[in-house]
Design a protein around this ligand. Sequence first.
Ligand SMILES: NC(=O)c1ccc[n+]([C@@H]2O[C@H](COP(=O)([O-])OP(=O)(O)OC[C@H]3O[C@@H](n4cnc5c(N)ncnc54)[C@H](OP(=O)(O)O)[C@@H]3O)[C@@H](O)[C@H]2O)c1
Length: 257
Amino acid sequence: MKRVKAPFPRLSRGKGAFTRTRKQVTNCGTRDQAKAAAFGQTRVMRVTVLGASGRTGIHVVRLLRGRGHQVRAGLRSRRRAEEVAGLGAETVVADVTADADDLVEALAGSEVVISAIGAPDPDQASVDLVDRDGVITAIRAAEKAGVSRFVQLSAQFADAPDQGDRLVRSILMAKQISDSVLRRSSLNWTIVRPGTLTDDHPTGHVKVAGHLEPGRVSRADVAAVLVGTLEEPLTQNQGFDVIGGEIPIPSALASWS
Ligand SMILES: NC(=O)c1ccc[n+]([C@@H]2O[C@H](COP(=O)([O-])OP(=O)(O)OC[C@H]3O[C@@H](n4cnc5c(N)ncnc54)[C@H](OP(=O)(O)O)[C@@H]3O)[C@@H](O)[C@H]2O)c1
């Protein structure tokens, strides 16, 4: 895999909640803990979102902050920092195609990584570089950084990629490989495989199952599913499809199998 020295400096490392000790993090955020309690969570988690500037990633950051979690927004480049400005997240450059050691450093201190990254260009080289090799680099970096949990935004049919046009096939095959590396990793994993993504408003309702008929689902609802997995133990070490549906997201996650 090509390794390039990360061209961008960290953005706000050294100033955010992630740089506090575990004790300080536990004690510091009374307001965050109140938000967490309001959602029935046991505690605030330190979560890094990869692809935080993306159309799904930004919903993930917003939802995590709304639940009181301590969030590090991983950005491919500082050029997208304004996308997450004002959401209360620490920002860090986390380019999964750049230096692997820099990525380990970017993930250090996180308990959870949620990856919402996707190749920026619609061609096989970009897909292989980001969705396959880049995600594998992120999984390995998470292991090295002592992360416990990795939640991966994959795609419906990534576990049966022999369909669609050539580009769709290459995306599904790239995801099939990185998903399989995640399943075999030492991390506690969840693989979320949504149908076609839309920018529709969130409904708070989805359909979740091991395998589903082709469908559509909004990025906002997928983000709520990704975040919801942190609160539902049944999603640990599991992969499942998600499309639009009628079941409230927490119930769908609690009864998907
Ligand atoms: N489109 C669909 O119908 C569909 C269906 C199922 C699953 N999916 C998958 O869902 C995921 C999210 O989709 P989306 O539409 O929300 O994606 P998106 O808006 O294109 O966002 C992708 C994110 O990945 C980041 N990224 C790209 N290259 C990176 C790198 N080298 N290192 C770190 N971050 C990088 C982008 O950063 P920049 O902002 O700097 O570009 C952006 O934040 C993708 O993996 C996609 O394949 C899509």
